[in-house]
Design a protein around this ligand. Structure first.
Ligand SMILES: [Cu+2]
Length: 347
């Protein structure tokens, strides 16, 4: 079913109702039960699990079938787009990326559809990856229903800033444009549409991560992209569904498998509209925090990080023990509404 504003014969879907439905996950030790169950044997489609989870959502399914959306959060989390690379005279690297904006209905929790605006049919859009000093050509085609842009965070000329009225400005429906600039500074950045109204163009799904590696790279690690996002499927200016990488509770049922003692590097961003802050908390562990990823020296050793909209951090950690470790917003309401996942640490 597609959730809309209250219509005849269709129950209204409000944040309060969603929260009441999902409350059992955090209340009465349900979360602990889930951990016990998961450590016994990961059985993500266990019907008893789905009952506790989806009161108010679709019965009988725990995760969204990746075939429905055409993207799978379990793969997207490790999917980095290095573009098509070519060595230029003088030794620099030119990378070319293809981004196409189009409208697409996606499922954000079983039974809840959302009419998204996407880059390349996925939310978040491709994770654009390059090295400091690379020359980038981002070829953008607007196959959507509204004028859009791509606004990159980073250092570049105003002409390619992707805001209305400056340089090429908005790219009309059916039009295309190539954003060309040098990748700087190194760090973890964002890109998103900057058309007006901005909150709508962002919250509909037009955003992605932009990672600029330092010239000499970072230490080898198992790297994970976590875009904290949220959705307002009934368009009442209040989010009802929260997630990392779009599908609520996805990583609770499909834990992120990592190896004990291997370095894990999390690229963490917050793009949530309509709420002033978001947060990430890990169980049974601490991480080193590199704000915006613009320094190779961490500023903090902690287990919780708070982010405003547009803020991002690189987190590095190793799990000393095998087992199941939750990660979730330490904003309990967001966790209850979908922003919750699990690491499965194996030997
Ligand atoms: Cu847009």
């Amino acid at each position: 079913m597609t959730v809309k504003a209250k219509t005849a014969g269709q129950p209204s879907f409000t944040r309060r109702a969603a929260l009441a439905g999902a409350a059992s996950i955090l209340g009465s030790g349900a979360a602990a039960k889930l951990i016990d169950r998961a450590s016994a044997a990961p059985m993500p489609d266990d019907p008893s699990m789905s009952r506790s989870m989806h009161t108010g959502f679709a019965e009988g399914r725990t995760t969204v079938d990746p075939a429905v959306n055409g993207f799978d959060p379990s793969l997207l989390i490790r999917d980095f787009d290095w573009g098509k690379a070519r060595r230029l005279a003088g030794g620099r690297t030119l990378r070319r990326y293809e981004l196409v904006a189009y409208d697409k209905e996606i499922e954000i929790v079983p039974g809840v559809k959302f009419r998204a605006w996407t880059y390349n049919g996925r939310v978040p859009g491709p994770t654009i990856r390059c090295r400091e000093g690379d020359e980038l050509d981002v070829h953008f085609v607007n196959a959507g229903s509204h004028p859009h842009t791509i606004h990159f965070h980073g250092i570049h000329r105003d002409l390619v800033d992707g805001v209305p009225g400056i340089g090429r400005g908005e790219i009309g429906v059916g039009e295309e444009f190539t954003y060309s600039f040098t990748a700087e500074p190194f760090g973890l950045h964002l890109y998103h549409c900057h058309s007006a109204p901005l909150a709508e163009h962002i919250s509909k799904g037009l955003y992605g991560a932009f990672i600029v590696d330092p010239k000499d790279g970072r230490p080898p690690a198992d790297e994970l992209l976590m875009m904290q996002n949220a959705f307002d499927p009934n368009f009442n200016d209040d989010n009802e569904v929260y997630a990392v990488n779009t599908v609520a509770f996805h990583y609770l049922y499909r834990p992120v498998q990592v190896n004990r003692e291997e370095l894990v590097r999390i690229y963490l961003l917050n793009i949530v509209e309509l709420d002033p802050i978001n947060s990430f908390h890990i169980h049974g562990n601490f991480f080193h925090r590199f704000p915006t990823g613009t320094s190779l020296t961490p500023t903090e050793y902690t287990d919780t990080v708070i982010q405003g909209q547009g803020q991002r951090d690189i987190l590095e950690l190793r799990f000393p023990y095998t087992g199941q470790y939750m990660f979730h917003a330490h904003k309990t309401e967001f966790a209850s509404l979908g922003w919750m996942g699990m690491f499965h640490v194996v030997e």
